[in-house]
Design a protein around this ligand. Structure first.
Ligand SMILES: [Mg+2]
Length: 509
């Protein structure tokens, strides 16, 4: 009889062969880094970059960064000498150019003896849950904890709270807790406030972002659950706790957790009486000892869902509101509804060189507007290399077709290559179409696409770099004219439109 075992692999991101890449032995630490052994050439990778150990029983890969260069797991920068847990399907970016998917595959192996991991991290920590019901939402990315005495009271007035920095702070005084027991109530008067709210007929909800749970072991997740239970026990009131464990639509300031909460309500919601309290409010440091808020997530979350917002100081201590720095970008502010006249020539042929940032709406415009007008689209993203694009452009010009070259083309140097080709081919009809989408809107669009398509976003740096390199195209460069193309949103349904008009990112800018 053939024995099988589960083996862990780091599969190169673009590889279709699931057994290619680096095989990680089970229950045994190995070090990977730049060098011949693993074929990693990226100079931004240390020779000893990551220490890895697979646990095929739980299908997790233990990751510790030992090199001084950065590595990223599932979007999280790894701190040096900290242990993280990569689950199946997660992306491990060892260095900027070296990216793997963590995979576990069943292989035939009659000789292999399975090693049992005795690591404490694979031990199961039992939650004491007699007073609490734990569940997950349908996507599995929101953890819900409900006390046995929690019920929505109708008409439903929701008093909702952030966790860290609002209901609790660290005992150690550090910004991030040092362990699951490093917490204390933010202020002793909180319990009294919450009891009064319950007496006044409020339903108490906690909305907290805890995306780090995605890369923690089950053991650490259970410790976190115990922490939540201890906090709610200390608060001593009925509570529904919603925890966003991913970077999806449930992560504040996106409205997913609120919408999920509303889906549990079966009666009337009193929105006017409902409110949300959070410490990420964009406040500017006023007093010498007070630091500014790093984020404005909580204020934007309340704004998105349309309920009143208070900081913990305002709500629990009745302090006056402090000055805050609002975001500069408001996603709902756009006036353009249609593309301008494009003056498409009656007689081909012409070449249009697109200029536009990733997520500026450039490819949508070329595909939905220009291609239906008979343009041959030459996409740098699809063909990957300039020689292939060049060949397709020349063929189209020779066949007297209108052509559109769809690439970012941020500066004169990149556009000159295409303009030189036109000179060489003695081809004079070259226009530039430049997307006028702002940097903030590109960043917003990128996040929006990630949320609705559930896809990996374009790296943030690709957008920032585009705008750093950007040089406005001009007729002096050799174009017959330059046409500005606005971003025109297109929504397949009202839900997309509602979400698009909301704040989706929580950092101050
Ligand atoms: Mg907070």
């Amino acid at each position: 009889m053939t024995e099988t075992s589960i083996e862990c692999f780091l599969t190169p991101k673009d590889s279709l062969n699931l057994f290619s890449g680096i095989q990680i032995p089970d229950g045994q630490e190995i070090t990977i880094g730049r060098g011949q052994q693993y074929g990693i050439k990226d100079l931004a990778c240390s020779k000893q970059q990551l220490m890895l150990e697979a646990d095929s029983t739980d299908r997790v890969l233990k990751v510790r960064r030992i090199g001084r260069n950065p590595s990223i797991l599932a979007g999280f920068p790894l701190e040096q000498d900290q242990v993280y847990f990569a689950k199946e399907g997660m992306t491990l970016k060892v260095s900027p150019e070296v990216e793997y998917i963590v995979t576990f595959r069943e292989i035939n192996n009659s000789k292999k003896l399975k090693m049992q991991s005795d690591s404490s991290d694979s031990m199961k920590c039992e939650c004491k849950s007699s007073n609490f019901t734990w569940s997950k939402n349908p996507t599995g990315t929101v953890l819900c904890c409900e006390t046995s005495d929690f019920n929505f009271v109708y008409p439903c007035k929701i008093a909702s709270f952030d966790l860290d920095g609002t209901l609790i702070s660290t005992k150690s005084g550090k910004v991030f807790p040092t362990s699951e027991t490093d917490w204390k109530l933010w202020h002793p008067s909180i319990i009294e406030h919450l009891k009064k709210l319950v007496d006044d007929g409020y339903s108490l909800i906690m909305f907290t972002n805890q995306a780090q749970l995605e890369v923690l072991s089950q053991y650490r997740i259970n410790l976190f659950k115990n922490k939540i239970e201890s906090i709610v026990n200390a608060l001593d009131v009925p509570f529904l706790v919603l925890i966003a464990t991913n970077r999806d639509i449930f992560r504040k300031p996106a409205p997913g957790m609120w919408d999920y909460c509303l889906s549990k309500i079966s009666g009337k919601l009193d929105k006017d009486s409902s409110f949300y309290v959070g410490d990420a409010a964009g406040r500017i440091a006023k007093k010498p000892k007070k630091s500014a808020d790093f984020e404005i997530t909580d204020r934007l979350f309340a704004r998105n869902i349309g309920i009143k917002f208070y900081t913990p100081e305002e709500y629990f201590l009745k302090e006056s509101p402090l000055e805050f720095k609002d975001v500069n970008f408001h996603p709902y502010e756009f006036t353009v509804k249609e593309y301008p006249s494009l003056n498409i020539p009656a007689n081909p042929s012409e070449l249009i060189i697109m200029v536009g940032c990733p997520a500026s709406g450039k490819s949508y415009f070329t595909e939905k507007v220009l291609v239906p007008e008979g343009y041959t689209r030459v996409s740098r993203d699809e063909l990957k290399t300039w020689p292939k694009c060049r060949e397709k452009i020349i063929n189209a010009i020779l066949r007297k077709q209108n052509v559109i070259y769809d690439a970012t083309n941020p500066d004169k140097v990149t556009r000159k290559i295409v303009l030189d080709l036109c000179k060489e081919q003695k081809f004079a009809n070259v226009r530039s179409f430049v997307m006028s989408t702002s940097e903030d809107r590109c960043i917003h669009n990128n996040r929006f696409r990630q949320l609705v398509k559930n896809s990996e976003p374009v790296p943030h740096t690709a957008i920032v770099t585009f705008f750093k390199r950007f040089e406005e195209p001009s007729v002096e460069e050799g174009f017959t004219s330059v046409v500005k193309v606005p971003f025109v949103p297109n929504f397949p349904n009202p839900d997309h439109e509602r979400l698009y008009k909301m704040y989706l990112l929580g950092k101050k800018k």
